[in-house]
Design a protein around this ligand. Structure first.
Ligand code: ADP
Length: 188
């Protein structure tokens, strides 16, 4: 079954696919990193394994220069051996029930990643589902913030032409597809 969904916003295409983000050929792929930028499990581990040691080298230099990366912020490195040219590392919030600024921090992680992409003249970018793995953010809530934040950003930006959500598992794919249908419906 082909569940791929696409949505045109301004001059850009926002799409949702199932897959492994490390094989995406967009200008940048986004890593759901942790503040230490030293790699980890989930998508973070997969990106460092696929990209090789050059990514960790740059991450170490960034942390030496500016310290740990706070939740909601983003930085860019090489993508090493992967087909993408860059990795944009961002840190999503850990879910503590929703009343500790999680929605705003999650929106910021998406927004700051897009800002870094635009500042580097990148025209295509792939996102994983930030915070909904080890960080425990409920995927129905997170998908709404993810898609709305990206759509709002694309309405104000013309340099980014393509945003792809690359979702690993079925449950996450379905949640994002449902949310995208809802958002399209709300716009009439
Ligand atoms: P976080 O700590 O921000 O929750 P995780 O990496 O634990 O980050 O999970 C975020 C999402 O990334 C989850 O939906 C997980 O299934 C997914 N994921 C894991 N590996 C990959 C991959 N190679 N490509 C895309 N998504 C992945």
């Amino acid at each position: 079954m082909n569940d791929n969904l696409a949505y045109t916003v301004n001059q850009a295409i926002l799409s949702i696919i199932q897959g492994d983000i490390t094989t995406q050929a967009t200008d940048a792929i986004v890593n759901a990193a942790n503040s230490g930028l030293m790699g980890g499990g989930g998508v973070d581990g997969a990106i460092h394994r696929a990209g090789g040691p050059a990514i960790l080298e740059e991450c170490k230099q960034i942390v030496a220069r500016q310290g740990r990366l706070p939740a909601g912020q983003a930085v860019i490195t090489t993508a090493g051996n992967m087909e993408a040219k860059h990795v944009i590392h961002t840190v999503g919030p850990i879910w503590h029930g929703g009343s500790q600024g999680e929605p705003e921090l999650l929106a910021s992680a998406y927004r700051e990643s897009l800002k870094v992409a635009a500042e580097n003249n990148l025209s295509s970018i792939s996102f994983p589902s930030i915070s909904t793995g080890a960080y425990g953010y409920p995927v129905d809530k997170a998908s709404r913030i993810a898609l709305k934040t990206v759509a709002t950003f694309l309405q104000k930006t013309t340099s980014i032409k393509e945003v792809v959500f690359v979702l690993f598992d079925n449950r996450t794919l379905e949640a994002y597809n449902d949310t995208l249908w809802d958002i399209k419906g709300e716009k009439g």
